[in-house]
Write a protein of this length. Structure first.
Length: 325
């Protein structure tokens, strides 16, 4: 008989699927790495498991402890699955721009959810970074994974996702495209792929309002770049330790409108039900189509599932109110 001992053993080995209609006009082969096939429906299942298991091995996380994490939702889902199986309590601290589906999903898995304002600076005591850190210090025996600076995040993708992509493409990959959030996904995968073939181009996708584009081009962290944006899960107003800019060859900025529109197009044209960071990634790739040729093999990572954005990108009223339709 073939079965998994528990749900955590189903994390990883997600499929690679060819894109067809939506990439018409792009020469070469475009393949999507569908991380929504993980049990918590996102790439963050991988790091949720790894960060917890590394903390257990180091003796930082004790049995029955409380985990407190700042999250846009997906890392919280990954941590929630592990917390259920391993018997931990979980508090997810997030911001008020995240979809209600994400928050309800976290609560459904037994997590306590604390919502903080989005439009405050990271060092503001009301920011979700500050609140998560403070709660972890105030709760006896609590542990703060800190996905932004916890290098288990990057290591997960170096040891797991990167090798999957390399083997699935038989080493023929020429370009890797992904949104930049905490930086663990792009940096871990990039490091592995560059070790295999330094000529592979790593392209990061960044929403307008995030600091990454200017930081990539100048090495300067400029808070004046920080502006409100709607796209969830990618972009930052800080520079996490997991971001290794030296591994990235280009950063492409994408508007909230294009991210939302292409999220819907992926569903309608490819039958691929993903979130708006994936829409941003495909929009960014299409902006770069003139740089590709027919010999290229492009892998684009789609972070999560569209089920978390039903009341947003997949809702006509929501789209219309923002001028996206």
């Amino acid at each position: 008989m073939k079965y998994a001992p528990n749900i955590l053993h189903t994390i990883g080995n997600t499929p690679l699927v060819r894109l067809n209609k939506i990439v018409q006009g792009i020469e070469g082969l475009v393949l999507a790495k569908l991380e929504s096939f993980n049990p918590g429906n996102s790439a963050k299942d991988r790091i949720g498991l790894r960060m917890i298991e590394d903390a257990e091995r180091e003796g930082i996380l004790k049995p029955g402890a409380t985990i407190v994490e700042g999250t846009s939702g997906n890392t919280g889902m990954g941590l929630a699955l592990v917390a259920i199986i391993k018997g931990y309590k979980l508090i997810c601290v997030t911001n008020d721009k995240q979809s209600e589906q994400k928050l309800d999903s976290l609560r459904a898995l037994g997590a306590q959810v604390v919502v903080c304002p989005t439009e405050v600076l990271p060092e503001d005591p009301r920011s979700y970074y500050s609140v998560a850190k403070r709660m972890s210090q105030e709760i006896p025996g609590a542990w703060y994974p800190n996905q932004y600076d916890n290098l288990s995040n990057q290591l997960t993708h170096y040891q797991q996702t990167g090798p999957e992509i390399w083997h699935q493409t038989d080493g023929k990959i020429t370009h890797f495209v992904v949104g930049i959030g905490t930086g663990g996904t792009i940096s871990g995968i990039a490091r592995y792929l560059k070790e295999k073939n330094p000529r592979i181009k790593i392209i990061g996708i960044d929403p307008f309002g995030s600091v990454y584009k200017k930081y990539f081009e100048t090495g300067v962290y400029d808070q004046n770049e920080i502006k409100p944006y709607i796209t969830e899960g990618i972009g930052e107003d800080v520079i996490p330790a997991n971001v290794d800019i030296s591994l990235i060859d280009h950063v492409e900025q994408v508007t909230d409108k294009d991210a939302a529109i292409y999220t819907r197009k992926l569903a309608r044209q490819e039958g691929i039900w993903v979130g708006n960071s994936s829409g941003a990634a495909i929009a960014g790739l299409l902006q770069l189509k003139d740089t590709l040729d027919k010999s290229d093999v492009v892998v684009i990572l789609f972070h999560d599932s569209g089920s978390r954005y039903i009341n947003k990108m997949f809702n006509d009223d929501w789209m219309t109110k923002r001028g996206f339709l």
